[in-house]
Design a protein around this ligand. Sequence first.
Ligand code: GLN
Length: 470
Amino acid sequence: MIDTLRLTVDEASALLERREVTPAELHRAYLDAAANRDGELHCYLRTVENGADNATGVPIAFKDLVSTKGVETTAGSKILAGYTPVFDATVAARCKNAGLGLLGKTNMDEFAMGSSTENSAYGPSRNPWDPSRVPGGSSGGSTAAVAAGLAPWALGSDTGGSIKQPAALCGVVGLRPTYGTVSRYGIVAFASSLDQIGPITKTVRDCARLYGIIAGRDPSDTTTVELPEPVELPESEDLKGLRIGIPKELNEAEGIEAGVSEQVGKALERARELGAEIGECRLPRSVEYGLPCYYLIAPSEASSNLARYDGVRYGLRSGNGDVRAMYDRTRHDGFGDEPKRRIMLGTYALSAGYYEAFYGQAQKVRTMIREEHAAAFEQFDILVSPTSPTVAFELGARTDNPLAMYAADLLTIPSNLAGLPGLSIPCGLSEGLPVGLQLIGRQFSENLLFRAGHALEQALAFDYVPERYR
Ligand code: GLN
């Protein structure tokens, strides 16, 4: 019997090495778990029955914006319904080359726009800790699948927080890598200067493993670079000499729940016991201007990226008549409210006469945010805060209020705008729901984040199996 709720990728790899299980048996075990639990959770948009053909490793799930040759890829949108890529995204090809079979494609907010998966055109996913609550988003299908034992690991994407935030809400580990370390070739684009693909796992070691498989320069994505050092699987048990900065504004922002602060405070106590030096620092403008800056830059880039969906090349085609009517009808029928909202915002911000006042100004603010982070990293090796101001909220609680939904990423957006890596690890429970701890590093400091995250994870001993399944 394979206990998919508990099994880590480390352990699954050991079972495979000792030939105690085959890749096909592992694959079957996760699809069986999905057959049992996914009716309630809706993590998968589709599973792949023959995904273990030619596999030699531990199976994986991909957020449905990773192009997969021969497997429908919708990005959670009706406009891409029926679109089956003729090639693999680079990250998919790398997983395939590493022997990982595909379990399926996971649910997500449409075009990765959202913080709850409720913007999926195919209906929301639910949080395995409490199905009346959201798993977070936009990679909520991937994080819920890992939390519920429906996948041992998964890929998500993070533009403003879409790996870190749902990882926090589901009690799993998520890494948003340094911008430029993971290829975006074959990823359905949202905001190209921010989008990054990253791992979602149960443990920090598994996260490092998957990052090692997907990261590195890709000639097909000219924004990628070679990693400065190979990815190391963390072993360390202490934090001796590590200088941890606590950005005041990220830790005291309005809207952070008391229960969240309490768990983060406890985790910092453990960090101190493990030998870290902890001090306060400031990121005042990053937190004040992060959200508005992001909500100009991301929609601007989205309005340009989403211009390609016109009924000619992909998925849906509506309207019969002239070509103009086909464009209009296809976009009218195919996009949900949130992409439409962003396309309008972005088109406006980029239009002649407004470009400098909105988009140009936001770029300047972004530079300021990058500089503010760089100053903090002169004194500290890692910055720490809650990942999400709140634990998982009820389905429907924020759907009528886009600004409340946007605020879910208040604490993840600033470092994303600065291009920095961020790791979220579960650090405790508040009201029976997981709380995430965000560790932000310098560019290319993933190995340090893994070491620190692993040491803390050992000390905190968070049980990642949702209580209702134990
Ligand atoms: N919630 C943010 C948004 O809707 C972030 C999404 C993401 O990281 N893809 O834009």
